[in-house]
Design a protein around this ligand. Structure first.
Ligand SMILES: Nc1ncnc2c1ncn2[C@@H]1O[C@H](COP(=O)(O)OP(=O)(O)OP(=O)(O)O)[C@@H](O)[C@H]1O
Length: 283
């Protein structure tokens, strides 16, 4: 046994002559929020579906919650939560009926009303799912994904189509799941801001291979990258790159006798680093 919720070594998957997943290693600790990033067709969904036990692999070792998904049985599956967009199939049911319905599939479900409260749908508990907004339906999808009390939750592009406020509320919800319930979360996303806000660690996959992995704040040498310092001088916009922006700002402050007009300091965003990484890997 390991403390890892997900342990992957040398994973490979081919579709005919297309090597969709090429020697991928992953180690996701219990309780961690981990994001898989990568361009369309990089191999994220294939990897996730192998971990969920829905796709067989061609090579490598995979351990999810201590078992090989290819051989694991029903009891193992009870520990896995998958957020699918299918709650609307039951749209004539109310929110409470829907969550109760799914709770019955599990031997040790969470209290449906508590789950509804946690996903922020308490005020809608008696409303039909068909009357909910897109973002509210996504919350039901999460409620259905977590009502079985999973140790590991898979989220595939969870906030596509959300407005900015709904997206932030959703992030709070996922964080609370990890913090209060100790749930491990594996998500795929195309929103770098989402990965930065939510994930403890990210892996970038390009053409089936992990090209970078780590804390989003330091990925690809981001924390050590030069800062860009901009300010206004005699009405003109000035910009200078600096390894140590503090020294430059001190000089500027002295030169201006106090406040430096229009001063901004920026480092490469996660998106900048990500685009660089996938650009070099795709060459
Ligand atoms: N069932 C399948 N049969 C054949 N090829 C497939 C199948 N599923 C995926 N592929 C191929 O495998 C590669 C990886 O696809 P995958 O869906 O895993 O990528 P992804 O990173 O999830 O992409 P996206 O961000 O677009 O969802 C692609 O080249 C895709 O065309």
């Amino acid at each position: 046994m390991t403390d890892s919720a997900v342990l992957v070594r040398g994973l490979t998957k081919r579709y005919r002559d297309n090597l969709a997943v090429n020697n991928v290693d992953l180690n996701i600790a219990a309780g961690e929020i981990f994001a898989l990033l990568g361009p369309n067709g990089a191999g994220k969904t294939t990897t996730v579906e192998i971990l969920e036990g829905y796709r067989d692999r061609d090579g490598g070792e995979v351990e999810v919650l201590g078992a090989d998904p290819q051989r694991a049985g029903r009891r193992w599956r009870y520990g896995i939560g998958i957020v699918l967009q299918d709650a609307s199939d039951l749209s004539e049911l109310t929110v409470r009926e829907t969550v109760r319905h799914f709770a019955r599939y599990y031997p040790n479900p969470r209290d449906p009303d508590q789950v509804i409260e946690q996903v922020g749908l308490a005020a809608k508990a008696n409303s039909r799912v068909s009357t909910l907004s897109g973002g509210q339906r996504r919350r039901i999808d999460v409620a259905v994904g977590i009502v079985g009390n999973p140790a590991l939750l898979f989220l595939d592009e969870p906030t596509t189509g959300f407005d900015p406020q709904a997206r932030r509320q959703f992030w709070d919800l996922i964080r609370s799941l990890a913090q209060e319930n100790g749930t491990t979360v594996l998500l795929t996303t195309h929103y770098l801001e989402e990965a930065e806000n939510l994930a403890d660690r990210v892996a970038v996959i390009v053409k089936g291979q992990v090209v970078a992995e780590g804390d989003p704040a330091t990925l690809g040498g981001r924390a050590e990258a030069k800062a860009t310092v901009s300010w206004l001088e005699n009405g003109e916009h000035r910009t200078q790159e600096a390894t140590d922006p503090g020294t430059l700002i001190a000089e500027l402050t002295a030169r201006h006798g106090g406040t430096v007009p229009g001063l901004t300091v920026s480092r490469p965003s996660l998106e900048d680093v990500y685009l660089d990484l996938i650009g070099s890997a795709q060459k």
